[in-house]
Write a protein that binds this ligand. Structure first.
Ligand code: U2P
Length: 276
């Protein structure tokens, strides 16, 4: 009996690790004492120009597949973090309910879309939409600042609009363009100047993939500089000295309309029937 339980436990841990919800973070073991309160928020923004350039398959739920390319940073998530570089995850057993955030649906579609076709892992219900993943993994650890799902997405959107990174960069002379490079420090300084805190930037092959803005628990700007457990300080990940903010050409259905896309929801359609 004890062995069966141990095997079951190992399987659950393995499933969570496989789902990307594993013990990298300071996740509270389910059913044990509540998770320690987080130290600050990171609002993580994705750059579609970099992510969507790798899209090979399209589906209605993927923001990269819209006929009009996304030319603004979109939200990845609002993440509660610890000052030591770790973060809590999956803190409360509550399931995502789309009904609770229906009033925000249009905004979320436009500014917080998934940039992939595959469904996302969730803490307790297996697989679900991107928003379910973000709420269950991060939103449930955002107390006492965030109490519920609607508040989680409302705060994320509010911060996104209040601190418009796409605009900050363009006002600072940093344009979306293929082949135009900017120094990493130029990009960081532009954001720092406009936002009032140092961002964290994640790159993929020399292009900006994510840009994170950090906030204290009163939602005031702060530096993202993080002292990691090994004592080093990290504010950029895999970014070379020169970086770019590329554009992408969307893969779209020939003669597609929103209606057709909606009917195709959740079906992955081979890129072969798409025109570039
Ligand atoms: O960076 C890779 C993934 O790790 C999770 N992450 C990263 C930094 C942080 O402060 N908090 C955090 O959760 C993200 O996982 P996701 O939300 O995508 O599952 C990030 O993509």
């Amino acid at each position: 009996m004890a062995t069966t339980r141990k095997v079951a436990c190992v399987l659950v841990v393995w499933a969570l690790v496989a789902a990307g919800l594993g013990p990298v973070s300071a996740r509270a073991p389910l059913g044990r004492k509540p998770q320690r309160e987080f130290d600050y928020f990171a609002l993580s923004l994705q750059w579609p120009g970099t992510i969507c350039a790798s899209t090979r398959h399209c589906c209605a739920s993927n923001g990269c597949c819209r006929s009009e390319p996304l030319q603004w940073f979109t939200i990845h998530g609002l993440w509660p973090d610890y000052d030591d570089g770790t973060w809590p995850a999956c803190c409360r057993r509550t399931q995502f309910e789309m009904d609770k955030i229906l009033p925000l649906k249009d905004m979320l579609d436009k500014y917080w879309p998934s940039l992939y076709c595959s469904s996302s892992s969730t803490c307790f219900s297996g697989k679900g939409p991107f928003w379910a993943h973000e709420w269950e993994k991060h939103g449930t650890c955002s107390a006492p600042v965030v109490q519920d799902e609607l508040q989680y997405f409302t705060i994320g959107l509010d911060l996104y609009f209040k601190y418009n990174v796409t605009e900050m960069l363009s006002s600072g002379g940093i344009q979306i363009s293929n082949g135009k490079e900017y120094t990493l420090s130029e990009v960081i300084d532009t954001i720092k100047h406009a936002f009032g805190g140092s961002p964290q930037i994640v790159c993929k092959r020399g292009s900006v993939e994510e840009l994170r803005l950090c906030f204290d628990k009163e939602l005031k700007p702060r530096d993202c500089l993080t002292t990691l457990t090994n004592g080093s300080v990290s504010r950029t990940k895999h970014c070379p000295q020169y970086i770019e903010l590329p554009k992408y050409d969307p893969l779209v259905l020939a003669n597609s309309t929103g209606e057709i896309m909606t009917q195709l929801d959740d079906f992955e359609v081979s890129a072969a029937i798409y025109t570039a």
